[in-house]
Design a protein around this ligand. Structure first.
Ligand SMILES: Cc1ncc(COP(=O)(O)O)c(C=O)c1O
Length: 451
């Protein structure tokens, strides 16, 4: 590189000489594309008064850079299930840190966590670890393609996210950089509509390697939908994959596959597995999983293979987390605290007569808000206003994640804040313009083609 190019590069560089955090806030988009390391945490998905930077989390509370304290229902995009800085997990991590975090041969904790998952998860006969959910769903797709020797995949088009990789992102409006040839291999079907899945197999006979879906989201399976999906996959020789990133360790200790008693061929876990630590797993039938191994005589699959995939302290976090969930009946707590919150929200929506604008559904262990379009404004405007008002009262919500650290006290405080937020939303509806009550930007859809 010549000297002029170097000088030009230097001139265009944004220098990291921030005096304080508020200056960092202005500069973060110049330093980090999207301003965060997942789009789900980006400014465009929050009202303007959302906390900008989180500096500390403790139990079910978080603290921002301006010293504000919030009840946290976001809980690291639902990755934290016991609570922030949960002692048993932190102790296990610290003990492991003192023994070293990465070696050039496997560590014993890897086998320990595999054994734990094989014992707990019905479909799991083998496990392979990674750092992110996206990596393990992609690994499951790759295994399915290799096992069936087919290229197409059928994914549930109603489910919001499976992976940042091309096979999924190619199906969204934000598909820049994904080759057309790759996009064409991903087909979508509708949840609770078995005919839409059957239709794909009719149109692409003998070509679909995998069917992937979350066993359930805010909408539960109806009319034996999961059993029917299992049958359709079997009849057509496709691998059934459950993405249990959000249902795993929440609906049931053994996953939604146990809760619904429908056993997939492969299942992926991540969030909820390590109480916020970076650990994810693809699990499933040995016959498929072992293709990633080095002891069979079939064509090899170069499955997950990463330097940091089995960092010992994250694995230790997962072992401590799962044992604590089991020892303390954490799942029951999630269901009962979630039910209190869900019932309280339902009642508030009723008393404020906002049923045409809000809906609270989902499972009690993971209640889900729905915002409805109306003459007064769009669903995203209502979403923005509601969150804006909650943040003013020290309650941080994006989607709702219950943890073992949330108690009735936080539910009561949250419902008090929601009562105030709903009353502002009611005024906004009566005024005919929700937008005029929003102080700043409106939340935008994550998968949009242009900014
Ligand atoms: C259902 C589901 N699958 C996969 C992922 C990807 O997980 P990660 O963000 O750890 O890559 C997510 C993340 O939001 C998810 O919700």
């Amino acid at each position: 590189m010549d000297i002029l190019s170097i000088l030009h590069l230097r001139k265009n560089k944004i220098r990291l000489k921030m005096k304080n955090l508020s200056e960092l806030k202005e500069n973060v988009h110049k330093l980090i594309p999207g301003g965060a390391h997942t789009y789900s945490k980006g400014d465009d998905l929050f009202p303007s008064n959302a906390p900008k930077f989180i500096v500390k989390g403790e139990g079910c509370h978080i603290y921002d850079n301006e010293g504000n304290k919030y009840i946290d229902w976001g809980v690291g995009l639902a990755s934290v299930i016991l609570g922030h800085c949960y002692p048993r997990v932190i102790d296990a991590v610290m003990a492991q840190l003192k023994k070293g975090v990465n070696f050039s041969r496997p560590s014993l904790v890897e086998s320990e966590l595999s054994e734990l998952l094989v014992d707990l998860i019905p479909c799991a006969e083998m496990c392979k670890f990674a750092k992110n959910g996206s990596n393990v769903t992609t690994a499951a797709i790759k295994l399915a393609r290799a096992y069936t020797q087919r290229d197409y995949v059928a994914l549930c088009g109603d489910h919001p996210f499976f992976s940042f990789d091309d096979w999924f992102i190619g199906t969204t409006p934000c598909n820049a950089g994904v080759p057309k040839a790759v996009r064409e291999l991903s087909l979508t079907f509708k949840y609770n509509d078995i005919e839409s899945l059957k239709g794909l197999f009719k149109r692409y006979p003998g070509k679909i390697a995998a069917v992937i879906l979350e066993p359930s989201t805010g909408t539960p399976p109806l009319d034996g939908f999961l059993e029917k999906v299992r049958d359709v996959a079997n009849e057509n020789g496709a691998v059934l994959i459950f993405d249990e990133m959000l249902t795993g360790f929440r609906l049931h200790l053994s996953g939604a596959q146990k809760y619904y008693n429908v056993i997939p061929d492969l299942a992926t876990f991540g969030k909820g597995m390590g109480n916020g630590f970076s650990v994810a797993a693809v699990t499933g039938k040995r016959e498929i999983m072992e293709r990633g191994g080095i002891t069979h005589d079939k064509e090899r699959v170069f499955l997950l293979s990463t330097t940091h995939g089995a960092e010992t302290h994250s694995i230790a976090a997962a072992i401590a987390n799962i044992n604590e969930i089991r020892d303390k009946n954490v799942i029951d707590h999630l269901w009962s605290i979630g039910k209190l919150l869900q019932d309280g929200i339902k009642e508030l929506i009723g008393t404020t007569k906002l049923e045409n604008y809000f809906h609270i559904g989902g499972y009690s262990c993971r209640p889900a808000f729905g915002y409805k379009e109306s003459e007064a404004g769009t669903a995203l405007e209502m979403n923005t206003l509601f969150l804006q008002e909650l943040y003013k009262h020290g309650v941080f919500i994006q989607s709702i994640g219950i943890t073992y650290s949330h108690s009735e006290k936080e539910v009561t405080e949250t419902l008090n804040a929601m009562e105030k937020a709903f009353s502002v939303c009611k005024k906004a509806v009566e005024s005919g313009s929700v937008k005029s009550f929003i102080q700043g930007q409106t939340i935008r859809p994550v998968f949009r083609k242009y900014n």
